[in-house]
Write a protein that binds this ligand. Sequence first.
Ligand SMILES: [Zn+2]
Length: 235
Amino acid sequence: MAFPDHGIVIRVLDFLESNPDLEERFFRKVRKYSHGCWTFTGSRGGDGYGYFFIPELKCQIAAHRFSYLLEYGVLPEGLLVLHECDNKPCVRPDHLFLGTWKDNMVDKTNKGRNNAPAGMRNGGACLTDSQVMEIFSSTSTVIQLSEKFGISRSHVSAIRCGHVWKHLQHFNDRSKPKRKLPVGATLSKLVEDEVLEIRHLHSTGLWTYRSLGEEFAVSEITVANICKRRTWKHI
Ligand SMILES: [Zn+2]
């Protein structure tokens, strides 16, 4: 299932600006379960995803992608909207997160291997508020946190960036990175694990070189060199 729909995404965003009732039209086709998924009840594609048709634009957009767009206002080109709940017609924003094709494959493999009850597998749906706060304040790496809570790395990043769990973001202290060094101090030396994490985070499209530099207490140029593989070529 490919979503080479960036042109459509741009048109839909434009259209939404002058037609705010589109949101209401969309949610007329959504059944919300208070403690679970929000199921799109409109047309369903052969791939199992819901599709929302917009007659004025003579086009349709995958329902979960439209819902992500409504909630967050962005959908970077080339990224997929993945389901924490593994339920394709679900359009509940806090069950959705951005990821790459690779994340999608890893996510599917992890879900397939995991024999925990469905509820426990759906990390995004089942994190408690206090676990989310722990993710905000923890100095552990994204990789360590994704293993600890059984959620994808992208989801950890999305939590830290404030793309999900918005109602708790006032507790999010990530704007004051724990590792940030005092002015004048030498920049820190990275270890391999951190370099891999920087590359992974950059690939999600949610982090800029600058925000990664602040996060890891290194310069923006160091981050750019790592991501472009000018340095740390051996890993
Ligand atoms: Zn769901």
